[in-house]
Design a protein around this ligand. Structure first.
Ligand code: GAP
Length: 482
């Protein structure tokens, strides 16, 4: 008898955070010093899952003849960030509570204030536009002439005091540091807030050295840093994270075609790795909400327990970035089209996924609780390609020659797969531990093995067992893990 247990939304995130720590997926950074907000460490299982996600992305994006790989430096010339618009525009509006010193992003205030509080404050305004309470509240905050008046009427979500907010200020999200030993303003450089710019400044290098013709892309995986005002929801918004970005360079006029093409390819990628299709959707950006560089943009969103959230952005960035780099560097960024004999700056279609945010989505999506014969089992139903451990080898008992056979199987499988060996405790408990780690197959050496050289292979989701000959195990697993 087996049935899935429904969980409440909050319960799921709490359970995932606790499982992530207990089983070695993710730990709080610098935990013994009280933790560092917005930074996380990936443990033994987490690092495998993250690596598998990145490997699958890398294979999907670069094992094709029109995309090249790149690994650019995190530190870049400071002019890059002037050209990209980040020095001027990569800001969040921020307010502080003068009483308790808490800091809030102005555009997230609506989420933090109670509806009663909002209603009371809104009574002081006439004819505010917007359908919902939140729409009206946000509309007032977006206009400098009404923002301050509204802020004077509401209470701080942290200390409850009224009228204690500072004026909204722009806060740049880039982390600053200094290049070389002298710490003055001439030596300021930034930790990159996106990997994309490393690709743009290498566009001609890659085009010339790889002899690629348009349309072609450049893909990169790497760390990015943002000094987020409010980090939240575990790995969703962190200060250090990883991106998997691909920039596709196309002839102007063909951009719409490739934008639509990449939208489909990218959502399919998440589905192909087992993410629940009904929990994925596009959120197209309305024209008045587009980023400063974008002509068209959509987010691939996943339905997290706390609501829909972006896991990947797809943008038509036009020729904005290359034109700006041409202007700021004084170096031509034009492409010579030897078919049409024209020179032009290509348009760019960008696919920008968060590796760490995808990690969180894959982890949450895989998590199930089931009642099996009156007991609860937690299971991570990862796609086999993403599972951190591919198979566990479990001798039924720690005697009668079973551990020796199990160790031999282990040494035969290890060159091919990430394997885990466990001979401690009851077999049921060992299965449960592997379910919780998301291991797709458990191989058990039992009394029958001693007679006919076969083992049982238990499949994680169905819990069904098959009898497989030891000498066929590598081929069997290889086929199943595809
Ligand atoms: N180059 C375009 C760009 O960076 P973005 O929408 O700001 O676009 C792309 O970021 C992706 O990076 C997001 O969809 C998200 O998955 C991830 N991301 C952005 N900020 C993040 C943060 N603070 N923490 C974790 N992931 C983040």
């Amino acid at each position: 008898m087996r049935c899935t247990i429904e969980k409440s939304r909050n319960e799921t995130v709490e359970k995932i955070v606790s499982l992530a720590k207990r089983r070695g997926f993710v730990y709080q950074s610098s935990e013994i010093y009280g933790g560092l907000n917005g930074c996380w460490d990936y443990g033994p299982l987490g690092v495998e899952l993250l690596r598998n996600i990145k490997d699958e992305w890398w294979k999907a994006m670069t094992y094709r003849d029109d995309i090249e790989g790149l690994d650019a430096a995190i530190l870049m010339h400071p002019r890059v960030w002037e050209a990209s618009g980040h020095v001027e525009n990569f800001t969040d509006p921020m307010i502080d509570c003068k009483q308790c010193k808490a800091r809030f992003r102005l555009d997230t205030l609506a989420e933090l204030i109670s509806d009663k509080n909002k209603e009371k404050a809104l009574k002081e305004f006439n004819g505010v536009e917007g359908e919902t309470l939140d729409d009206k509240f946000t509309a007032l905050l977006e206009k400098p002439e009404t923002a301050q008046q509204l802020l004077n009427l509401i209470s701080c979500p942290q200390c409850g005091n009224k009228g204690t907010f500072t004026q909204p200020r722009k806060f740049n999200l880039m982390f600053k540091t200094f290049l070389g030993p002298v710490e003055d303003s001439n030596n300021v450089i930034y930790l990159r807030p996106e990997t994309a710019q490393g690709i743009y400044v290498n566009f001609l290098n890659v085009a010339n050295s790889s002899r690629q013709k348009l349309p072609f892309g450049i893909a990169q995986i790497g760390k990015a840093f943002r000094n987020e005002i409010n980090t939240k929801n575990f790995l969703f918004r962190t200060r250090e994270f990883e991106q998997m970005e691909m920039q596709y360079f196309v002839k102007p006029g063909t951009d719409k075609k490739y934008y639509d093409y990449w939208k489909e390819i990218r959502i399919q990628w998440f589905k192909s790795l087992g993410m629940t299709p009904s929990k994925l959707r596009f959120h197209d950006h309305p024209a008045n909400k587009l980023a400063h560089y974008a002509k068209e943009a959509t987010d691939i969103e996943y339905e997290f327990p706390f609501g829909w959230g972006e896991i990947e952005g797809i943008h038509n960035r036009t020729d904005y970035d290359l034109s700006r780099h041409q202007e700021y560097s004084g170096k031509s960024q034009q492409y010579y089209d030897d078919v049409t004999k024209e020179k032009y700056i290509p348009y760019i279609i960008e696919t920008s996924a968060g590796a760490s945010r995808s990690f969180m989505a894959f982890l949450i999506d895989a998590y199930y609780e089931e009642e099996v014969n009156g007991e609860t089992r937690s299971v991570l139903r990862f796609h086999p390609k993403l599972a951190p451990i591919k198979a566990a080898i479990l001798p039924l008992v720690n005697k009668d020659g079973m551990p020796e056979i199990a160790r031999k199987i282990e040494s035969e499988l290890r060159p091919h797969f990430k394997i885990f060996y466990d001979d401690k405790g009851a077999i049921g408990r060992r299965y449960r531990r592997m379910d919780e780690a998301g291991t797709p197959y458990c191989i058990t050496v039992d009394t029958q093995t001693l007679q006919d050289n076969t083992v049982t292979v238990r499949e994680r989701d169905s819990m069904e067992q098959a009898r497989v000959s030891i000498d066929k195990l590598v081929a069997y697993l290889r086929e199943k893990l595809m």
